[in-house]
Ligand binder design. Structure first.
Ligand SMILES: [Fe+2]
Ligand SMILES: [Fe+2]
Length: 286
């Protein structure tokens, strides 16, 4: 038995597709038996799920991953802060690692694994960061230490805080302006970031907040900085988990919000002995 590979040349309807052709000893001469078809590259674009700031909230993470599976995407990308604040850091690391989800190193990830010290953390964040550092298994600490500061995908950049500093907050276009050249130099049109936990889209012409299921046309001309919101600790007054879907074919970004078992996650925070404020804020989305 042997496998032949046919690559369709430009101009064919299935341009960029590879077809594996199975030739079996029992097959009749001259006939081809197709057993698998896979597309490894296509000009037609990809659909990405962009997730960020899970913060060790297992219930929110599982709910969001289920929803993403239901939607169906080509790739999931994580913008950092896998851990910190909530009670399931190992389980959340395991889930992201099992699925080979490309992940950026967030400031809470960096502190948890000892790459950085928690200078500037408020007492609540500090207490949770130290608990997380002691709770994480060595293999997860090692994985966190190896995460990149930022990463280029297709025609967009993924970062945690700003393109050059995971601890920087981008709340306004004025905050973003010093980073526009950097993104341009990476030959990227869009920059996806997390850290503020506030879903928002910025361009030089304005700031846009999307409602649930709103689809925003990014187009191919302007530069946009896009925050998909937080999976595990939303702070925009809406307690539902937030994430986004980027379609590079239609150049659209869709905001998704989804309810998850908040009480279950909050109870775990209290039971773990973490500050009660961290449990309470989950109900408020603050
Ligand atoms: Fe965060
Ligand atoms: Fe962060």
């Amino acid at each position: 038995m042997c496998v032949n590979i046919i690559v369709f040349a430009p101009g064919y309807p299935w341009e960029g597709a590879i077809i594996l052709v199975l030739s079996h000893p029992l097959s009749r001469p001259g006939r081809m038996y197709f057993f698998h078809l896979t597309t490894i590259w296509s000009d037609s674009g990809l659909r990405y799920a962009i997730i960020s700031d899970n913060h060790a909230n297992l219930e929110a993470t599982l709910t969001v991953l289920d929803k993403i599976d239901e939607i169906g995407v080509d790739q999931i990308i994580h913008l950092g802060d896998v851990v910190g604040y909530n009670a399931n850091p190992n389980e959340c690391c395991d889930l992201i690692r099992e699925r080979n989800i490309p992940t950026i190193c967030g400031n809470h990830d960096a502190v948890a694994c000892g790459l950085e010290e928690p200078w500037g953390f408020n007492p609540v964040a500090l207490s949770a960061a130290m608990w997380t550092r002691e709770t994480l298994r060595e293999d997860n600490l090692e994985w966190l230490r190896g995460l990149p500061d930022n990463q280029k995908f297709d025609k967009f950049l993924g970062v945690h805080g700003s393109p050059t500093n995971r601890n920087s907050y981008l709340f306004t276009w004025e905050d973003i302006l010093p980073h526009v050249n950097y993104v341009d130099e990476q030959e990227c049109q869009w920059c996806f970031f997390g850290h503020t936990h506030n879903p928002c889209i910025f361009s030089k012409d304005g700031v846009y907040s999307l409602d649930e299921d709103d689809q925003f046309n990014l187009g191919t001309e302007k530069m946009f900085f896009i925050n998909p919101g937080s999976v595990g600790q939303p702070r925009d007054g809406d307690p539902r988990a937030a994430f986004g879907i980027l379609d590079t074919e239609t150049t659209t970004f869709t905001q998704v919000r989804i309810n998850y078992p908040v009480k279950q996650a909050a109870d775990k925070v209290t039971k773990a002995g973490l500050p009660t404020f961290l449990a309470e804020r989950l109900f408020l989305g603050r």
